[in-house]
Design a protein around this ligand. Structure first.
Ligand SMILES: [Fe+2]
Length: 292
């Protein structure tokens, strides 16, 4: 496949690793197709090896396996994959909890994931409840590598499948890549430790994506319960995300007036602009000086 440079997303995305399939799904069928940045890919498993190639036969693509997923890079594949030392802890599940197609930009998913203000309205009875809707102040640190957001702890009626009742839950989000974010969330049975939820968004096109969620959760809970709880939560977000207009994330700070305190989303948008991300976004309008 001949791909013109102008037709490609920016290198920060093109050259990175992206999840393109769950290994269990691939094992079930032996071969499957998947789409990344509007390119159709063919994924095959022969013996233990996994191969990813352009579906039109025009060449192989760098691929690797980690955390139950097939990852692919349309570039050289020489970047580092995200890595979590917690995955090696023996009292933790490492679980793929579902891959859900959503008709919107993947950047909208990441912004929604780091926004705790929607919990009482969208995840009522689970991650929040009215009238307890006040958002505690965020602490935000931004570097070239990540956006780090700590929200004040909030009361959650049912923070996880095994939560014994309402609990005060602290949240730390780390946006590690434009389409990858991890949440560290207080475990209700071991309040000094945290469960991790990793959201990896597969950009199918600028206005379609697949949300892949990995849980690194302490094993107080049954794997099936963790899966069904997280699928319920992601399913609640899907219609909200699909109804947002425009589908692409506006990056001009003047284009969407904030209706509530969304400091985390604002920091994420600024970080995307600084990283030069435009795929899935409406880039800011540059000031133009007219002469004469
Ligand atoms: Fe949500």
């Amino acid at each position: 496949m001949l791909v013109e440079a102008a037709d490609r997303p920016e290198s920060v995305l093109w050259d990175d690793w992206h999840v393109v399939a769950e290994i269990t799904t691939l094992e079930q069928f032996g071969r499957m197709t998947s789409t990344l940045f509007e390119r159709e890919l063919l994924i095959t498993r022969e013996d233990k090896a996994v191969h990813v190639a352009y579906a039109d036969g025009s060449g192989r693509i760098a691929s690797t396996l980690k955390y139950g997923y097939v990852w692919a890079s349309l570039g050289a594949g020489d970047r580092e994959l995200v890595d979590f030392p917690e995955a090696a802890e023996t009292d933790r599940h490492v679980l793929t909890v579902g891959s859900l197609g959503i008709r919107t930009s993947g950047l909208r998913l990441v912004e929604n994931f780091i926004d705790v203000a929607h919990f009482p309205f969208v995840h009522t009875g689970y991650l929040g409840a009215e009238p307890d809707t006040e958002v505690q102040p965020y602490t935000i640190r931004v570097s070239a590598d990540e956006v780090w957001v700590e929200s004040g702890s909030c009361t959650q009626p049912m923070a996880s499948a095994a939560a014994p009742g309402a609990a005060q839950i602290g949240y730390v989000f780390r946006v590690l890549r434009p389409y990858t974010v991890v949440l560290y969330k207080t475990n209700t049975h071991a309040p000094t430790r945290q469960d991790l939820l990793l959201l990896m968004v597969q950009p199918v096109s600028q206005e379609r994506c697949i949300a892949h969620v990995l849980a690194l959760v302490l094993n107080f809970e049954d794997a099936r319960d963790i899966r069904s709880f997280q699928r319920l939560i992601t399913g609640q977000d899907k219609p909200i995300l699909e109804n947002q207009r425009p589908s692409r994330l506006p990056l001009d700070p003047r284009s969407e007036l904030p209706v509530r305190a969304d400091a985390a989303g604002t920091a994420y948008r600024r970080w995307l602009v600084e990283r030069g991300v435009s795929y899935g976004a409406i880039p800011p309008i540059r000031a133009v000086a007219f002469v004469g």
